[in-house]
Design a binder for this molecule. Structure first.
Ligand code: MN
Length: 294
């Protein structure tokens, strides 16, 4: 049975800045407007989706970005399309996320990090396009030791579509029999669909999973409805099949996950289950329990 579409949400009117390096449109949880917001419980296990839609940064000798900040109780996933991001954390890890790479960071019990334009990209400037996704952790895993999965472009699993229709790049979960490299704590599907003009692609996710598509590039028809550039297709929890026709060359981010049916207590970069845990988390961050980072 074809999946019903609950809403097609257009690109938000105005971007916001995260630090001075990330000009993002926020789709999850979105603003206060019920027509365009996507509440965290509705789209669980996804907590946040910021899309840094393509923008040109001028060359700069000073790397733009966001300074030291904490995360606790969930995972941050950085998916790079254009431009490169460097990161450092309080556990001594660092790295660069290049186009096609994915950084899947499990903040778990708490970490400090900073994220900014990689030095060479920054000096050269040019197009920058990225997604940051936050994935919740179930209560039993919230205090897991922080760690990374640095997934390089060549490690993302490719499913080449027949008749030159394009390619599916599976990051997590299984799409049409192809499984991505990311390890997740609850069932999550994340994949980029690169479709050539005229491509017809069919996939399916369980009706009980919360499922959405973000149109990163181009425009498509999804289950007979038009999904314009930078729109967000939120599927109802009915039906399984998704039929996509690329009316032009398109890139889509497919997200689907089994809901975590637990209370969400969120305050900025802390996502726990109760208010008491939130207060404790803020104390921990302030008292240096997450380590130090300059
Ligand atoms: Mn961060």
């Amino acid at each position: 049975m074809t999946k019903n579409i609950e809403r097609i949400i257009p690109q938000p009117l105005a971007p916001g800045m995260v630090g001075d390096g990330f000009r993002v449109y926020n789709y999850i949880p979105g603003g206060d407007n019920p027509a365009t917001s996507v509440p965290q419980q509705r789209i669980s296990p996804f907590l946040l989706l910021d899309f840094a839609a393509e923008v040109d940064f001028a060359p700069s000798n000073r790397a733009r970005g966001v300074g030291v900040h904490p995360h606790k109780g969930f995972e941050t996933v950085t998916i790079a399309y254009k431009g490169s991001v460097a990161h450092h954390d309080s556990a001594g890890n660092s790295g660069v996320v290049h186009p096609g790479d994915v950084q899947w960071m499990t903040a778990g019990a708490g970490i400090l990090h900073k994220e900014y334009h990689e030095e060479n990209y920054s000096k050269k400037g040019g197009p920058f396009e990225m997604v940051q996704l936050w994935v919740n952790l179930p209560k039993k895993d919230k205090l897991t030791k922080p760690h990374y999965q640095a997934i390089t472009a060549d490690q993302v699993t490719k499913l080449v579509l027949e008749n030159n229709q394009g390619q599916v790049n599976v990051i997590a979960g299984t799409v049409n029999g192809t499984t991505g490299p990311a390890q997740t704590y609850t069932p999550v599907i994340a994949a980029n669909l690169d479709l050539n003009t005229g491509a017809q692609f069919t996939t399916a996710t369980p009706s009980g999973y919360n499922t959405a598509l973000l149109v990163i590039k181009g425009s498509v028809e999804v289950n007979g409805q038009s999904a314009p550039n930078h729109s967000f297709v939120l599927f109802a929890n009915e039906g399984e099949e998704i039929n996509i026709t690329a009316t032009e060359s398109a890139t889509l981010l497919l997200l689907s996950g089994e809901p975590i049916n637990e209370p969400i207590a969120a305050y900025g970069p802390f996502v726990m289950n109760t208010k008491e845990e939130l207060i404790q988390s803020i104390h921990e961050a302030q008292s240096g329990k997450f380590g130090t980072l300059k």
